[in-house]
Design a protein around this ligand. Structure first.
Ligand code: ZN
Length: 238
């Protein structure tokens, strides 16, 4: 039995979480919440390194981000499909770890694995709440689904200040040494570390700027956000 998670980030590939919502996951862990990461594929189609290397690197990244629980479902990379089998496996995992909040990739994007993960994740969260899904696990439907929108050109519903977590998130990303260490193999596809730092820094800076902080991570939610105290709202108007 796994102790229930407060927040679970679900992503298509190892290192997606580190690129998109790792600062938020780390921030929640620092606040005392139990954080989890679930990668659907091991990146078997990747140009560099082996799936086994990536799984080991994902463990190291999880340690850096203070993630309590991480798993990889080993679904087929680059041809991820929203099948009943995939949905059931994911729903059962959700029932086992019982997250209150689930973070998914945004539902539109360039990479099919990413938007399929959004759809698969949403449907699995629904299935996980059905009493009669199976006899072995208890029903559990996450209370909230957040969509990490960093690579979608949409206005976020909110941005999390990750100024204090940014360096550690970068460290976690660079723990994927098979992907990001400079080497001649695939050099034109994989920019050196300085380039990655600048690119991710610029993106995080852009979203941070929307809420008046240095670095931020954007999210979209489908429901309206509730506010109780309009006097303490945080982002200054002009
Ligand atoms: Zn990815």
């Amino acid at each position: 039995m796994v102790t229930p998670l407060d927040v679970l980030a679900i992503a298509a590939h190892p290192d997606d979480i580190e690129q998109t919502c790792g600062g938020t996951v780390l921030k929640m862990a620092e606040m005392g919440y139990r954080a989890g990461a679930l990668d659907l594929t091991a990146g078997d189609m990747g140009t560099r390194g082996t799936p086994e290397q990536r799984l080991a690197e994902a463990e190291e990244a999880a340690r850096i981000l203070r993630i309590d629980w991480r798993n990889n479902l080993r679904f087929p990379d680059a041809r991820l499909e929203n099948t009943i089998g995939a949905r059931m496996t994911l729903a059962q995992t959700i029932r086992e770890v019982k997250p209150r909040v689930v973070i998914l990739p945004y539902w539109e994007g360039r990479h099919p694995d990413h938007y399929r993960t959004a759809e698969l994740g949403y449907e699995a969260c629904f299935l996980a709440g059905l009493k009669k899904l199976d006899e072995y696990t208890e029903p559990h439907r996450p209370f909230k689904i957040l969509y990490s929108s960093v690579y979608a050109n949409v206005t976020p519903s909110f941005v999390v200040d990750i100024t204090s977590q940014f360096d550690r998130r970068m460290e976690a990303l660079l723990a994927y040494r098979s992907q990001y260490e400079s080497s001649s193999q695939g050099a034109e596809l994989f920019p050196p570390q300085q380039e990655i730092r600048e690119r991710l820094g610029a993106v995080a800076r852009f979203y941070g700027n929307l809420i008046g902080v240095r670095y931020g991570e954007p999210f979209v939610v489908k429901e309206t956000m509730r506010v109780d105290d309009v006097v303490s709202l945080g982002v200054r108007s002009f």
